[in-house]
Write a protein that binds this ligand. Structure first.
Ligand code: PMP
Length: 380
């Protein structure tokens, strides 16, 4: 028997309490019982975004939420700046191009974080850009971008700043209001410790004003429809059938997050990331990113080894799902997620299994060195 465990940067493992909430009978979404749960979720979710602004809950994956932001905050023909330093930064560009926006890329070498001066130059060169899209934690490369510094640049311009915090929210320090970020999208299958299926979107005052004034073609993605239902009557509602079971699970996951405290959760993620990085270095492996994210650690595959073989062996022989490289990084990197419902034991176990796999693949490592390095971090 092999137990299945997830150490991927999403979907992540789900705590038993949250799983159990998903097994509750379906509530009709127009009942006072469901709307009371939804009201609690709409209020408590603000804490994880560190905002007092409304947060929309759409029945969609993260990509749907990204598309919804582009659809509501820009119009066809308008200019959209995109920080493209990985598969998910590039996804913003692909969405905007598919929707006939004029995309200007701020290209970032994979594995690096964008330099704020490059963003400043793009903003200066493109004062007509209505939107700048970036990524908090670029899951494909394992790089974390300096969102606070970028938001400080967009604040005084007419360009709204939208952040994909799909794999970054809850794990990485993120303060939407304090930093003046205009639009944030996240998903449920990462730091929120839930199954995939909800896109959560928070909007600043000036993003809300744009939503009202910009008349673009949309229907299901209309933030105006969602916002009007959110503030309807005494309890918030949704224009379309919400994902009722996921909303119930979100209620429980938010209760767990509140009980631990967001600052403690950020610290836990920093510790897990630090221990994972130290373990990789002790095994003489090279990190792919020099601005490593606290959600995911991306590692160069040892010379001559296809990272897909490491991933396959980890899953087949140890039951642990880590992931390989995406796009141009296919076969060249493997990535270990350490976010959401993840603790020190998960990291120790993953490093120990990885040592076995690398050794079986003939990589000249000293068994135990990685585990020892992680243990040192945890005990220091
Ligand atoms: N952005 C980032 C940073 C992600 O990690 C992901 C999911 N891996 C997405 C966007 C896309 O989310 P989804 O797969 O839920 O559409």
């Amino acid at each position: 028997m092999i137990k299945k465990r997830i150490m991927a940067p999403g979907p992540t493992e789900v705590p038993p309490e949250v799983l159990a909430a998903g097994g509750q009978p379906i509530l009709h979404h127009r009942t006072p019982e469901f709307r009371a749960i939804f009201a609690e979720v709409c209020e408590e979710i603000k804490y994880v975004f560190q905002t007092s602004q409304p947060v929309l809950t759409l029945a969609a994956g993260g990509t749907g939420g990204m598309e919804a932001i582009v659809v509501n905050l820009s119009a066809p023909g308008e200019k959209v700046l995109v920080i493209s330093g990985g598969v998910f930064g590039e996804r913003w560009a692909k969405i905007a191009e598919a929707l006939e926006r004029k995309v200007v890329r701020i290209s970032v070498e994979y594995g690096k974080a964008v330099k704020p001066e490059d963003v400043q130059k793009a903003l200066t060169d493109n004062p007509d850009a209505v939107l700048l899209c970036g990524t908090l934690s670029e899951t494909s490369t394992g790089a974390q971008h300096p969102i606070k510094e970028i938001a400080a640049l967009t604040k005084s311009t007419n360009t709204l700043f939208a952040v994909d915090a799909i794999s970054g929210l809850v794990a990485c320090v993120f303060k939407m209001d304090e930093w003046s970020v205009d639009a944030v999208v996240s998903g449920t299958q990462k730091g929120l410790m839930m199954p995939p299926g909800l896109a959560l979107i928070a909007l600043s005052e000036r993003a809300l004003a744009t939503v009202k004034s910009k008349k673009t073609s949309k229907f299901y993605w209309s933030f105006e429809s969602a916002l009007s239902k959110l503030t309807e009557e005494k309890l918030p509602d949704t224009p379309w059938t919400p994902n009722v079971s996921l909303v119930r699970q979100l209620q429980v996951s938010l209760q767990l997050i509140h009980a631990e405290g967001i600052e403690n959760i950020w610290k836990r993620h920093e510790l897990l990331a630090h221990a994972t990085r130290e373990a990789m270095k002790a095994l003489r492996l090279t990190l792919f990113s020099d601005a490593p994210s606290v959600s995911v650690t991306s590692v160069h595959s040892p010379t001559g080894i296809d990272s897909g073989d490491i991933v396959k062996k980890m899953r087949a022989e140890w039951g642990i799902s880590i992931v390989g490289g995406q796009g141009s990084m296919l076969g060249k990197v493997f990535r270990i997620g350490h976010l959401g419902y993840c603790d020190r034991t998960d990291v120790l176990m993953t490093v120990a299994a990885l040592e076995c796999v690398l050794s079986q693949l003939g990589v000249p490592i000293t068994m135990g060195e990685g585990v020892k390095a992680a243990q040192k971090v945890f005990l220091s």
